[in-house]
Design a protein around this ligand. Sequence first.
Ligand code: 13P
Ligand code: SF4
Length: 318
Amino acid sequence: MQVQDTSFLKNEIMRLKKEKDVVILAHNYEIPDVQDVADFTGDSLGLSRLAATVPQKTILFCGVHFMAETASIISPEKRVLLPSLEAGCSLSDSITVEELRNWKKQHPNAISVGYVNTTAEIKSELDYCCTSSNAVNVVKAIPEDKEILFLPDMFLGSYVAKMTGRKNMHIWAGECHVHAGITPEDVTKKLQSMKDAEFVIHPECSCTTPMMYDVADGSYDDNKVSILSTEGMLNHVSKSKSKNFVVATETGILYRMKKENPEKTFIPASEKAECEYMKMITLEKVHDALINERNVISVPKKIADKARLAIDRMLEIS
Ligand code: 13P
Ligand code: SF4
């Protein structure tokens, strides 16, 4: 296989971003080359919050559509560019605004809590937004007698219900095809191949639910198990004294894990866990977006103002 020399394109991107005063933000699942040209790499909400604090007026968001929208909602005065408009998200697509409105009609007194992996239009219908790192705290902050509509991820939802002991939570049956595809069999095989490994799981994984019960009944006492968001995982593996880790999330995260912890070993729970939407962002598309300054992601003011309320309520809690 021919290895492509990407240094010319990378240098050009570095030159152009400086010349045009553009900041490049990349999600933890982006391909290594794209992470290399980014000014900051992180999780979806962390990057959107960062977008508000950087001095640059133009943000080139290397991630998927809902992430660029969230950045635009938080910083309406900035221009947000997405290198590929096709970069969507199966989880965000798993509920439409009509479905949410109907669901709310069936439960008129319920509080709606939606994951950050949703469209701006869905966010504008929510009471609270949440992320994988703060979903438990957001739900805990809602009075116990209030019914909750939790959307759209059923695995994150059942994790939150289990952690909070909440019985009045209705959970939308949505999923991310990448995380849902990591099976308990994949996990068992990898844990058996690396007996002393710690196990880190993203709560969107379908293996999260059976794993929680396995942890509770002691089946995994030889392997420390932590259920964490992507940035939570990166922080955890750096601080941990363990040397070996099995990682259950999209495989793009392994690049940063290995780079930041060269003395440790990381293996994916499943090599197949690749998000094709994240991988649509290539160096060529980043270069093209910088040259042509197109693919501006803007959210209509009325929707953005309502969506921002759900995000702000979340930020007050976490
Ligand atoms: P994080 O916000 O934890 O980075 O996750 C985003 C995502 O798309 C998970 O699949
Ligand atoms: Fe969406 Fe899943 Fe891709 Fe994350 S990994 S962007 S949740 S499809």
